[in-house]
Design a protein around this ligand. Structure first.
Ligand code: PGA
Length: 246
């Protein structure tokens, strides 16, 4: 199985020209590396101009209703129509800055599961939780609430991104052996909640200060099926190095 290398551009860059340049400099030069599956998640406004058949694209969020009076929101139907393949859900910045709850993320997840889109569901503990030894408790709560009501059949396509909040954008990346423990916890949780087949199908990936030096450890020592890359995905050379090192 090819590792998934997902670029989360967040609220960057500020112009369409820069976005096109970034995409072209990555995609053109990544052509020779078919060892990985690359997914680019730009801001909504750039999606329709960037989307093309040779690369997989994702959105960074979406709403839980198809259409209607929801000012400022974008629906799964719109993203599907545009040709998007993935949607990031429940990123810690959505949870912390925009106060998204597990219940809201659950509604979004079920909407995405009913569509042709693939959800990239983010979970992760913050620094205090980890210091108080509550990592598994918090992850268990997030998983339980976010996956509530998801059918076994549909849950199989979920990509589950473990992103410890304290490792995001800080350069303080998590030790690969600690991440492996979390992977095992998530796998066991999924086996109990669904069954072993579903647990084996769901891809578990890591995110949080991933760069070209640590990516290989996450894919090998931590047995992750891929990585979600923020800051480093905005630097074409570094992102290419990540692809090469994967
Ligand atoms: P980072 O962000 O790579 O800049 O830590 C990861 C993310 O937020 O998905």
């Amino acid at each position: 199985m090819k590792p998934l290398i997902i670029a989360n551009w967040k609220c960057n860059p500020t112009t369409l020209n820069e976005a096109k340049e970034l995409l072209n400099s990555v995609v053109e030069r990544a052509k020779d590396f078919n060892n990985v599956e690359i997914v680019i998640c730009p801001p909504f406004v750039f999606l329709s101009s960037l989307i093309n058949d040779s690369t997989a694209f994702g959105a960074q969020n979406c709403y839980s209703e198809d259409k209607g009076a929801f000012t400022g929101e974008v629906s799964a139907l719109m993203l599907e129509d545009l040709g998007c393949k993935y949607v990031i859900l429940g990123h810690s910045e959505r949870r912390n800055i925009f106060k998204e709850t597990n219940q809201e993320i659950n509604l979004k997840l079920k909407k995405i599961l009913d569509s042709s889109l693939i959800p990239i569901l983010c979970i992760g503990e913050n620094r205090e939780d980890r210091e108080e030894g509550k990592t598994f408790e918090i992850l268990g709560e997030q998983l339980e609430a976010c996956l509530n009501g998801a059918s076994k059949e549909k849950a199989k396509k979920i990509v589950l991104a473990y992103e410890p909040v304290w490792a995001i954008g800080t350069g303080k990346f998590a030790e690969p052996s600690k991440i492996e423990e979390v992977r095992v916890f998530i796998k066991e949780f999924l086996s109990k909640k669904f069954d072993e087949d579903v647990s084996n199908e769901i891809k578990i990936i890591y995110g949080g200060s991933v760069d070209s030096k640590n990516v290989h450890s996450y894919l090998t020592e931590s047995n992750m099926s891929g990585v979600l890359v923020g800051g480093a995905s905005l630097k074409a050379n570094e992102f290419l190095e990540i692809i090469k090192s994967a």
